[in-house]
Design a protein around this ligand. Structure first.
Ligand SMILES: Cc1ncc(COP(=O)(O)O)c(C=O)c1O
Length: 388
């Protein structure tokens, strides 16, 4: 149900995403502030435990972003210079950047034209002796085709790392994203299904990988500050490798604990907003609606429409016109291989990924979050139907 309090908010601009914060978040953050321990400590440990329970993961490490989680996931699998990582181009910059940051080469594969997730058949054609990992993105909250990707990875001895930035709340064949045997990387950026302002979670399949990721998240030090400065601590530590400063903190974790406890309620409201759009757009030949394949539960993070050949609208003009009407429509994403940094470093060119490029030029995202009310949803839908 839509909270009636939300109806009183300004109706002027409808953002693409919006944090959904309740008194519980305030209470839990204030409790941490009053406790005096702000950086990584007991609250992070509790958040990790609760997150594991929510997604069925065996191990989890709270971090300061999903980008950090992706970077560490590649590092703990020893992916580096000389290796190739296959990933989709229809994704946020972070997915490709971490591949470059570990010194590996990004190899972009096509997306499935229905789900907009990595196409396993195209991935197979790109395998080379240097391929070390496959990095699917659960685009918009629709799980990638994990059975085929897992089978490919197993058959060729490759690592699978899941970019699950959009996928908290999604499941694949009954198993939540994060419960699998591969590392999954979640984002808690302010527009995500739960938020800690900035933050991320890395789920891992073993204690060994967790210990390594935890060490790398704090400069490669053998102990975090809780273990050094806490009442039971010992100041001595060793630096065993060249790590990063990626750790979460207890304030972030307090926000995260409150949010994860409210996830089912917020997901319900996302689903309601989703259903509203579907009903409004169903059957309109100008629009291709988001797909939901059998056997998956969609996290409903992004609501992405595609203009069909029947539409006479021009995508960029449509997005601009929606924005002029106070609707925070946007595009997820311009393909990564066409951005200057990637073109210049790797020589990528347009035409390289025809399916991705064609789809990317026709899609646009509408406001999707748990605080949307019927009036806003109606306003968005009416404008889209007028302009499509
Ligand atoms: C697909 C995808 N991967 C990774 C990230 C990076 O997340 P963060 O901002 O938490 O580092 C994002 C952020 O929006 C994303 O959309």
């Amino acid at each position: 149900m839509v909270d009636s309090g939300h109806l009183e908010r300004s109706e002027d601009f409808i953002p693409i995403g919006e944090p959904d914060l309740s008194p519980l978040e305030r209470e839990m953050v204030l409790e941490v502030l009053a406790g005096g321990w702000l950086t990584r400590g007991a609250e992070c440990a509790a958040f990790e435990e609760e997150f594991c329970r929510a997604v069925g993961a065996s191990h989890a490490l709270a971090l300061n972003s999903c980008t950090a989680a992706l970077h560490l996931a590649l590092l703990v699998h020893r992916i580096g210079p000389g290796d190739e990582v296959i990933l989709p181009s229809l994704t946020f910059t972070a997915t490709g950047h971490v591949v470059v940051h570990v010194g590996a080469t990004p190899v972009f594969a096509e997306i499935d034209p229905e789900t907009y997730c990595l196409d396993p058949r195209h991935v197979e054609t790109l395998l080379s002796p240097r391929t070390k990992a496959i990095l699917p993105v659960h685009f918009g909250g629709h799980p990638a085709e994990l059975d085929s990707l897992r089978e490919l990875a197993e058959r060729h001895g490759l690592v699978l790392v899941e970019d699950a930035a959009h996928a908290l709340g999604a499941s694949y064949r009954g198993a939540p994203i994060g419960a699998g045997k591969s590392c999954a990387c979640f984002s808690f950026y302010s527009n995500k299904n739960i938020t800690t302002a900035e933050g991320g979670m890395l789920t891992l399949p073993s204690e060994e990988l967790l210990d390594h990721a935890a060490r790398l998240s704090l400069h490669g030090m053998s102990k975090d500050s809780w273990k050094r400065f806490g009442s039971e601590g010992d100041w001595r530590y060793q630096v065993t490798e060249f790590g990063f400063k990626y750790n979460a903190n207890d304030l972030l974790a307090a926000l995260g604990r409150a949010q994860i406890s409210r996830l089912p309620e917020m997901q319900e409201r996302r689903a309601r907003a989703w259903g509203f759009y579907q009903e409004m757009f169903e059957g309109d030949p100008r629009l291709i609606l988001p797909s939901e394949q059998p056997g998956v539960a969609h996290a409903r993070h992004l609501y992405v429409l595609r203009l069909s050949v029947e539409s006479r609208a021009e995508r960029d003009e449509l997005v601009n016109a929606l924005r002029e009407k106070g609707i925070g429509a946007t595009v997820h994403y311009d393909p990564l291989h066409l951005h200057p940094a990637y073109r210049e470093r790797f020589g990528f060119q347009s035409g390289m990924l025809p399916v991705t490029e064609r789809i990317a030029s026709r899609i646009f995202s509408l406001p999707m979050h748990s605080r949307l009310n019927d009036q806003q949803l109606n306003r968005v839908s009416t404008e889209v139907l007028r302009l499509a």
